[in-house]
Design a protein around this ligand. Structure first.
Ligand code: NPW
Ligand code: K
Length: 463
């Protein structure tokens, strides 16, 4: 479940210091970075003419190493620098380039543009003329590469501090940074490659990777594989989507409790009418329940409030979504049982934790710690945060997911995986990955039900 580590600028500097402390000089690390980046550029662009844009810091230093490496492979390379090199290693790399350096503001276009202006040391937006020139040169190039980060993005939040062009490949050095996975910065490149430069990273924030799932045992039965209850309310459709997603999540059995008449359906999901709170409580008294999801189709009226109040103290592992989150937001997030999974989108998150500041990762971690629950802050970049500080960030979600009911599917899927694994963080990570994979398999213009149909194949691909 843990993929490539994600380090903030400060954590990156710490990791770098640890490498220096082990006896490896700073310039050696820059050489490694430049060699690794040049290899990626060479494989993509071969001998096409290239222009390397070098900034004043170590990102620019990487650029000089890249230029030298490409030149040694026969690539026609030009270098344009934004002023003098200000660090010792960058000056060394510039001297080793030992070739002409054009002023940045006079550099003409090239087939390949390599942006080594600024990386993790960016402290503010680029001057407008510099940003404009970077956008112009990059826009005209057939091949474009951002070294470590596209110049102009804030490393830790993914915010754009000035105009930033789209790149073909972003070459992350040593580890991913939050800007590689958080939007809007994460939308600025078509491909992301992380170059290993020998930095040891033992961190808690990771890029979400495909899960390792396990088959049921021969001795398993429907209850041992996990019984899930979906406590719906007045909108049967959303609850039904959550229930059907749970039923195709690997769990053994799913009960859908709705307040509507005539709800019984002849399929794998057992639908029960539970109109009053006492009936809901009676169903929740079943000790075999391994997970309960509440929110999809719940409604927001007095009846919904009562049903939610019956669910919160039931003692089973919970997934709280949609209307449940909105109702809890009004109540100041009180009563959320520890160890639950919350699946808010930004609007629901704001209602619950609107006071939290910082990057999407910081806010999700803050929320998870505040309520001692796993928080899945959804979006094109979904952040899954556990109260102990573990974080996984999912990227590359299909833009077709922005359609009605996909959140209900995720909630049901999370409940199903919670029933199977008994581990909220793991369940949330598995659910987000499977949801994304089902969307990928569903192709274009799908509806929420199509996602559910793809879940068995998505699960099958990870056994
Ligand atoms: N960590 C590692 O393991 C490794 C790191 N490596 C590389 O080092 C990079 C980080 O290098 P870095 O710290 O020197 O920062 P970098 O991004 O080059 O810029 C800083 C300079 O720019 C300036 N400046 C800032 N913003 C500005 C603006 N808007 N407009 C104008 N100027 C601005 C700032 O000066 P300031 O004015 O802020 O004092 C300073 O002079 C990292 O991304 C990676 O590529 C690899 O070589 C090896 C392994
Ligand atoms: K850069």
């Amino acid at each position: 479940m843990t993929g490539t580590p994600i380090l903030t600028a400060a954590q990156m500097r710490e990791a770098e210091q640890a490498v220096f402390a082990s006896g490896i000089p700073e310039y050696e690390l820059m050489e490694r970075a430049g060699v690794a980046a040049a290899e990626i550029i060479w494989r993509a662009g071969a001998k096409r003419d290239a222009l390397v844009l070098c900034g004043p810091g170590n990102n620019g230093g990487d650029g000089f190493v890249i230029a030298r490496q490409l030149r040694s492979r026969g690539v026609p390379v030009r270098v344009a620098a934004l002023g003098e090199s200000r660090t010792e290693s960058a000056r060394k790399a510039r001297a080793a380039w030992n070739g002409p350096v054009e002023p940045f503001d006079q550099a003409g276009p090239a087939t390949q543009i390599i942006d080594a202006l600024f990386g993790t040391g960016l402290s503010r937006g680029l001057d407008a003329v510099v940003a404009e020139r970077l956008c112009d040169l990059t826009g005209r190039a057939a091949f474009s590469y951002a070294v470590d980060l596209p110049s102009g993005v804030d490393t830790d939040s993914g915010a754009l501090l000035s105009a930033v062009p789209d790149f073909g490949i972003c070459i992350a050095l040593g580890a991913l940074k939050p800007a590689h996975v958080l939007h809007p910065a994460a939308g600025l490149y078509r491909r992301l490659v992380c170059a290993d430069i020998g930095i040891a990273t033992s961190d808690t924030i990771h890029h979400l990777s495909p899960p390792h799932l396990v088959r049921p045992l021969a001795s398993d039965h429907k209850y041992s594989r996990g019984l899930v209850a979906v406590v719906g309310g007045e909108m049967a459709g959303a609850g039904r989507l959550a229930a059907h997603a749970a039923a195709r999540s690997g769990a053994g059995m799913v009960r859908h409790l709705t307040s509507l008449d005539g709800a019984a359906a002849l399929d794998a999901v057992i639908t029960r009418q539970a109109r009053g709170v006492d009936e809901v409580k009676a169903y929740l008294a079943d000790r075999r329940l391994a997970a309960v999801v509440v929110g999809p189709g719940l409604g927001r009226g007095g009846d919904a409030r009562d049903r939610l109040a019956a669910v919160l103290p039931c003692g089973h592992p919970l997934v709280l979504d949609a209307d449940a989150l909105t109702l809890l937001g009004g109540a100041g997030a009180e009563g959320i049982p520890h160890g639950s999974i919350l699946t808010p989108h930004e609007g629901e998150f704001a209602a619950l934790f609107g006071d939290l500041q910082g990057s999407k990762i910081n806010r999700a971690v803050g929320a998870a710690q505040r309520v001692s629950a796993v928080v899945v802050l959804k979006g094109a970049d979904s952040v899954i945060a556990a109260p102990d500080g573990r974080v996984a960030v999912a990227t590359g979600a299909s833009p077709w997911l922005s359609t009605a009911g996909t959140g209900d599917v995720l909630a049901g899927l999370a409940a199903g995986r919670l029933a199977v694994t008994g581990d909220p963080f793991r369940a949330a990570c598995e659910a987000v990955w499977l949801h994304g994979e089902a969307a990928r398999r569903a192709g274009a213009a799908f509806v929420a039900g199509d996602l559910i149909a793809q879940l068995p194949a998505a699960i099958g691909s990870r056994l």
